[in-house]
Ligand binder design. Structure first.
Ligand SMILES: Nc1ncnc2c1ncn2[C@@H]1O[C@H](COP(=O)(O)OP(=O)(O)OP(=O)(O)O)[C@@H](O)[C@H]1O
Length: 235
């Protein structure tokens, strides 16, 4: 097993007027290929900032981030945008589905940025929607689906490009207990059946428990535990 995400000596600051806000400090983390990792910590500790940096939505102030065979911390904004299309699947708290599009069309969206034939896109969208148990809901719009079903569409959209990593920011935050459990089962399945690497930010201890490893952030630093995985928990 090898690290698919390697974060080294990472610092991230934001400027607000004359003020410099240090959000992440001296952070080093490895995520193994096929690992399901939960990021926890108090509000404002930097969880989303770290997830966004690993997903290539932002660039670090200092330090390096490698994902797969790419040093993403060295990429320009346009290079990052191209890289994300192929390599990152996003799952959001409020699903971020387009209400005027059907489940099929929402899942197809990330594929429109790739050079694929319509037939190939159809195959991948149908596979992804079947995998999340919504093969019979492809023509429904988000307004015709429950919150749990919307999140399953969101998960299908995240995996339809077969990305290197799947990042989830509070994926169960808007769901009732049963739908949250279904979404977590599905994330577990992506890892166990498809070998997906999943990074999940959550406040919910029940959600975090479903990951193989929990890392805690406090005031921008990783605290407690070993930043390298407890290998015994990996299977
Ligand atoms: N673009 C930005 N400009 C200025 N400050 C920012 C920016 N993004 C984040 N911050 C600050 O960075 C800190 C960490 O924010 P972040 O969203 O990463 O925390 P979090 O741990 O995910 O919090 P929560 O659990 O509440 O979502 C906060 O103090 C926030 O105000």
């Amino acid at each position: 097993m090898s690290a698919i995400v390697e974060v080294r000596d990472l610092y991230k600051s934001f400027s607000r007027g004359d003020e410099k806000i240090d959000v992440l400090m001296d952070l080093t983390l490895d995520v193994q290929e096929g690992e399901f990792l939960a990021l926890m910590g108090p509000s404002g500790s930097g969880k989303t900032t770290l997830l966004n940096l690993i997903a290539g939505l932002d660039s670090p102030t200092e330090g390096t981030i490698r994902v797969g065979d790419q040093i993403i911390s060295e990429k320009s904004e346009s290079e990052l945008a191209r890289w994300r299309t192929r390599n990152v699947g996003f799952v959001f708290q409020f699903y971020n589905l387009l209400p005027v599009l059907t489940a099929y069309e929402n899942v197809e969206l990330p594929l429109l940025l790739l050079q694929l034939s319509k037939a190939q896109r159809k195959k991948q969208v149908e596979n992804a929607l079947s995998l999340v148990g919504l093969g019979d809901r492809m023509t429904h719009r988000p307004g015709q689906l429950s919150g749990g079903q919307c999140q399953r569409v969101g998960i299908a959209r995240a995996i339809v490009t077969d990305p290197t990593i799947v990042v989830c920011d509070e994926p169960t935050g808007a769901l009732d207990a049963k739908s949250a459990n279904d979404a977590l089962n599905l994330l577990g399945l992506l890892r166990s059946e498809l070998g997906k690497t999943i990074l999940m930010v959550t406040h919910d201890p029940h959600a975090a428990e479903r990951a193989q490893r929990i890392v805690q952030l406090e005031k921008g630093r990783l605290v407690g535990g070993n930043p390298l995985p407890a290998l015994a928990r990996l299977n």
